[in-house]
Design a protein around this ligand. Structure first.
Ligand SMILES: *Cc1c(COP(=O)(O)O)cnc(C)c1O
Length: 429
């Protein structure tokens, strides 16, 4: 299996090279050369397979022979060390809960998988290391920090904007130690992002073998396809068309779902649900991709004006609106609508959704009006405790502290404050 650059101006590479490089030399995103459907027998008997067996069969073709079978199974077992429950919310609507991992964010799966792949690729390197740089506005940093903790040959440096992440998020980034270091940047998220981008282009830093751990990296992006297989396994016996609604920011999650469909997973329809950052809903209206600067919302992990993975989705739909129309919709919702949905879901069904999940719910409801006979699943991408500042006052409840979060609250924050790129560079060495 080889990967090509979506800018079509770089050599094809193996899974290993694509993971280590992150981005192709022409700055394009990597995309698999082929997507081979799984045998019908796999879908016929999926209910007899464990999550780990399903994940192995799903991802193997994308990894190829660069990781031996036994090792890949081990990586998957370490990645999927928690549950992915499908919870009935109301008649015909289910929540696929992706927040039961170590940092209670769905990004745990991608971060754990990618870290272990990099660790494997580094196994024979005596002195050379990879350095993973991550700019985070909140959730990504924690998942990456936890996922990469203690992985041999990989140093992680996380940049976050001072005062702009919640106390829980900051503790998840700054209390782990070992190979994880945190930088508190005097600025906003975009300043962190700019420093990371500059570092990748900086010839003085070549020796650090810099890579990124966001969903442009195929090892963080592709394992997200597992979720869709797991939900199908849970709902298959109802024998109804399945609609998935993904609360979308960089569109990595939904893009992995589309790959699963190309592999034969029976998914009738995708809904990309967004907050006020509506670049994709506008594209589906008029065919013009016109990114705008990001707007701040209460579902802040989706405050993305120019979704990095959308180019991969355009590739699969051959950038043709009539193809999109067959099984892909995208709807935008305001914060007011999101708050109202959180209340309705709680008051009517007793289910606690945080803002991202509520946006997913809204998109699902809208699409189900067009397809009343279908079964709908929205992805609940974070635990409500991660957004307690919004969830508690909106629903008038007090959330219990999960063990994963309690564990970091009494640990000491360790971070270095920086303001300029030169300080960042000096820190990296
Ligand atoms: C990252 C994130 C999203 C968006 O996922 P994409 O794959 O970037 O579309 C949604 N919800 C939460 C809680 C997230 O952390």
């Amino acid at each position: 299996m080889k990967y090509y650059s979506l800018n079509h101006n770089a050599p094809k590479v193996s899974f290993q090279e694509a993971v280590i490089q992150g981005l192709a030399s022409d700055k394009g995103l990597y995309f698999p050369e082929t997507i081979t459907p799984l045998p019908q027998a796999f879908f016929d008997s999926i209910e007899n397979l464990s999550n780990q067996e399903i994940a192995f069969q799903a991802i193997q073709q994308f990894v190829g022979d660069v990781i031996p079978e036994g090792k890949l199974k081990e990586i998957i077992a370490e990645t999927l060390c928690f549950d992915f429950p499908v919870v009935a919310v109301e008649n015909g609507i289910y929540s696929l809960e992706l927040f039961h991992g170590p940092t209670m964010a769905f990004k745990d799966v991608g971060a754990r998988f990618m870290s272990r792949c990099l660790g494997y690729f580094n196994k024979d390197q005596k002195d050379s290391k990879n350095t993973v740089l991550v700019a985070t506005s909140g959730d990504t940093g924690g998942a990456v920090a936890s996922g990469f903790l203690g992985v041999k040959g990989v140093e992680v440096v996380i940049l976050y904007p001072s005062g702009k992440v919640s106390d829980i998020q900051e503790r998840q980034l700054t209390t782990l130690g070992q190979n994880i270091r945190a930088l508190e940047v005097d600025g906003v998220f975009d300043d962190c992002q700019d420093m990371v981008k500059k570092a990748f282009l900086d010839a003085d830093l070549k020796h650090l073998h810099l890579t990124s751990a966001n969903s442009i990296n195929i090892a963080r992006w592709l394992p997200q396809m597992f979720y869709f297989f797991f939900a199908y396994k849970a709902l298959k016996n109802q024998n109804k068309p399945l609609i998935f609604s993904c609360p979308s920011g960089n569109f990595g999650n939904i893009c992995a779902g589309i790959i699963a469909k190309k592999m034969g997973l029976p998914i009738a329809h995708f809904v990309a649900s967004t907050n006020a950052n509506d670049t994709v809903p506008r594209f589906l209206e008029n065919g013009i991709y016109d990114p705008k600067p990001s707007k701040a919302t209460i579902s802040n992990a989706m405050d993305v004006g120019n979704p990095s993975n959308f180019i991969r989705i355009q590739e699969m739909y051959q950038n043709d609106l009539t193809q999109f129309d067959k099984d892909f919709s995208s709807f935008t919702f305001t914060d007011t609508q999101t708050i109202a949905a959180m209340k309705t879901i709680y008051d009517t069904n007793g289910y606690i959704a945080e803002p991202h999940g509520a946006v997913g719910y809204l998109g699902l409801q809208k699409e189900l009006q067009n397809q009343p006979g279908a079964l709908g699943v929205f992805l609940e991408t974070a635990h409500p405790i991660k957004f307690l500042d919004i969830v508690e006052p909106t629903l008038g409840i007090k959330l219990a502290l999960p063990a994963q979060i309690e564990g970091v609250l009494n640990k000491e924050k360790v971070r270095t404050a920086i303001k300029t790129y030169d300080q960042f560079k000096a820190f990296l060495g």
